[in-house]
Structure formats: C-alpha cells, structure tokens
Ligand binder design. Structure first.
Ligand code: SAM
Length: 363
C-alpha cells in the first residue's frame, strides 16, 4: 500500500525517468519539470486526511503543488476542487488519477498559461488537432504562414470578422480587428483563444470534423452568431468532406454583410499533390476525371475515396484527413446549391497551395 513518503519518492522517480526523458521528437514530455525538481520548486502536500486544510497550503510560493489524495478519488474531492477553484481563481487545480496515484496538481494560473503559451507558440509541443500554430513550424507540410496576408488580400478593408475555423484567434497575433469572432470545432483552441484574446469572441461548435473533432456531433446546431462584415474561412475546408463544407457555407450565407472568403485544395494542383505523394507515399498526382478526393489516414495506411459527398470510415481511427476538389466542378455545384455567384482565384495570389473563392462584392 502506498503512503505519502513512498508517493513522494515515486513521484520524483517518475519525473526523472519519464517526464524529463527526451521523446523521439527530441523534447521531454514537460520541459519545466527538471527545473522545478532540481530547484526545490515542488511542494508536496499530504491531502489524504484533511483535504480542505491541505489544499489551502498551496499558495504559489513554489512552481508546482502536488497534493496526494490517498487511494481513491471521491465526489467529495471533486466538490472541494470545484469550490476552491472558485475561491482562488489565480490558482489552477488539476484533479487526476492518471499520474501514479490520485493527486491534485496546482500552479499559479497566470504562470501556467504563460508557460503553455510559450510551448504552443514555439511549435515543439503543439498539437495541430488542438491549437493550430500561428506561424509555420518545421514539421508542417503546408503551414499558415501567409494566412494574414491572404486575409489582407481578400478581406482587406476594415470591418467585423467572423473567422470560421479561426482556432485560438491566430489571425489576431498579427492583425488588429475591432470586432473579431472565431467559431471552431476544437474546444482547446477556443479555450486558449478566450484566455489570449479577451476582447475577441470565441464560440465552440461541437460539430464533428474528420480531423479536428472526431467525437463531435454530426448534426450539432450552429450557435446563434450575429452578422459580420467578413467571413474568413482559411485552410478549413481542406479537412472537410463536401457535405460539411456545404452545411457550413449554407449557414454563413445568411450571416455576412460584405464578403465570404474561403479556400480549398485543387485536385489539379500538381505541386501540392506531389507533396502529398512524397509525404504519404501515394500516387494521386495523375488522377484524371476525379472531381472530389478524400484522403484518410489510419496509422500508416492511407485510404482514399472519390466523388462522394459524405465520406465514411471509422472516424476514431483517423489521424489525417485531406480533401481536394476539381475547381470548376465545385464552383458550379456550390453556386447552384447556395444560389450565389462565386469568384475564384486559382491559384490563390498569396499562397499557391490553395485556390481561393469569394462570395460577395468583387475586388
Ligand atoms: C488548418 S487549421 C487553420 C486555422 C486557421 N484558420 C489558420 O489559417 O491558421 C483548421 C481549423 O479549422 C477548424 N475546423 C475544421 N472544420 C471546421 C468546421 N466545420 N467548422 C469550424 N471549424 C472547423 C479546426 O479545428 C482548425 O482550428
């Protein structure tokens, strides 16, 4: 049976042998662990008897608090954490049974967010499924380095902006926008966006997406968002099947004043297809007569589907999804379904990996 002394020893052991060990990508699980451990910055607290008293002992003097709960997490523990989180909003409390035993980990809230931000923005710790990097990082094949320039080119004039798939407000890192709203299917990105850009509006849409929200609901209703001047949808439909793209555009069409700007991948863009062929060992460059192509990766296996509005597969196994369209075909179909004229920029004048479509005033 574990007791507090044994727990402390095991915790330190776990830091040294697991958390601080370099992973295959060259970085340890947590780059801050070693500093905390070797500088006596871990405050161990025995919370197995009187958790109310124990939890108040952490006052942010040390970088991390580790409160041991004994052998079981109960509803009482959960309630205490809920209450204390309200009383001490400057401290962040994580209750978990996943690290060695049952513990509450605590940090100074601001310091924690600053450190997470530092990690997410350097790119070594990013998880594209959660926070999409605001600047292109090494391992990305096609990044969003030019996203702000594309925004300037196609949205341009000032006005309110609804950024669909805007993630954690990446656009706001380089552009000032008076009224900015991000709607995204990635919960983490929306949570971070709210912290990083308190003046922005961030809406989580728990809608299924093949890559970014595989546990989302297929028919999740859209939130009620007012009209914006511009709707910007950058590098989003590249991970959607046709039905998801159409549903999103049908909703957008009722919510803009000036222009909708979105982009897709062109199935005839040979440089782009070459890059996919090389990266995933495929042969899609010379496909002929295919109007819509979806690539779905499960482990190391890529399967493709052609000319289907709805893609079907075991969503839980998806670790890459990409879609490509024949530009003339998709433009005509969308125009007819949406009842609007669409202008196409093929390739996009800013980033030739994309083809840009606009709905609304002509430039
Ligand atoms: C490749 S990232 C691009 C992020 C940002 N637009 C940029 O250009 O840097 C795609 C983003 O779209 C979001 N997304 C994918 N499908 C979506 C959908 N149907 N509705 C809203 N967001 C979606 C993802 O969660 C992710 O944040």
């Amino acid at each position: 049976m574990m007791d507090f002394e044994v727990f402390k020893e095991k915790w330190i052991d776990h830091c040294v042998n697991v958390v601080e060990v370099k992973q295959p990508n060259g970085y340890p699980m947590c780059p801050f662990s070693k500093h905390a451990r070797t500088n006596n910055q871990i405050q161990f607290i025995d919370g197995s008897q009187d958790l109310f008293y124990a939890i108040e002992q952490y006052t942010c003097d040390k970088e991390i608090g580790v409160i041991w709960l004994g052998n079981l997490i109960t509803d009482d523990h959960r309630e205490i954490v809920r209450q204390i989180s309200k009383e001490n909003p400057h401290i962040i409390y994580f209750l978990t049974d996943r690290i060695l035993s049952n513990v509450i980990i605590t940090h100074d809230y601001k310091n924690f967010v600053d450190k997470r931000t530092q990690l997410l923005l350097t790119g070594n710790y990013y998880n594209a499924r959660e926070i999409y990097p605001a600047t292109k990082i090494k391992s990305q094949m096609i990044g969003t380095a030019d996203m702000p320039k594309a925004f300037d080119r196609y949205c341009g004039a000032s006005g309110s902006v609804l950024d669909i798939g805007g993630n954690a407000g990446n656009l706001l890192r380089s552009r000032e926008i008076d009224k900015y709203t991000s709607l995204d299917v990635s919960l983490k990105s929306i949570q971070y966006g709210r912290m990083w850009f308190p003046n922005g509006n961030f809406y989580y849409h728990n809608k299924f997406n093949w890559f970014y929200n595989i546990t989302g609901n297929r028919d999740e209703p859209f939130p009620d968002i007012e009209l914006h001047d511009y709707i910007f949808i950058n590098s989003v439909f590249t991970s959607c099947d046709y039905s998801e793209m159409l549903e999103t555009l049908q909703w957008c069409i009722k919510r803009f004043n000036k222009k909708i700007v979105f982009n897709i991948w062109n199935i005839k863009n040979t440089e782009l297809l070459d890059a996919f062929d090389k990266r995933h060992d495929l042969n899609i460059r010379d496909l002929t007569n295919v109007k819509m192509l979806y690539l779905f990766k499960n482990g190391n296996t890529v399967i493709d589907a052609r000319d289907q509005d709805y893609f079907e597969a075991d969503e839980q196994k998806c670790n890459m999804f990409a879609s490509f369209y024949d530009i003339a075909y998709i433009k005509e179909r969308l125009e007819s379904s949406l009842g609007v004229n669409i202008t196409s920029y093929n390739p996009c004048e800013i980033d030739k990996n994309f083809t840009t479509f606009t709905i609304g005033d002509t430039l």
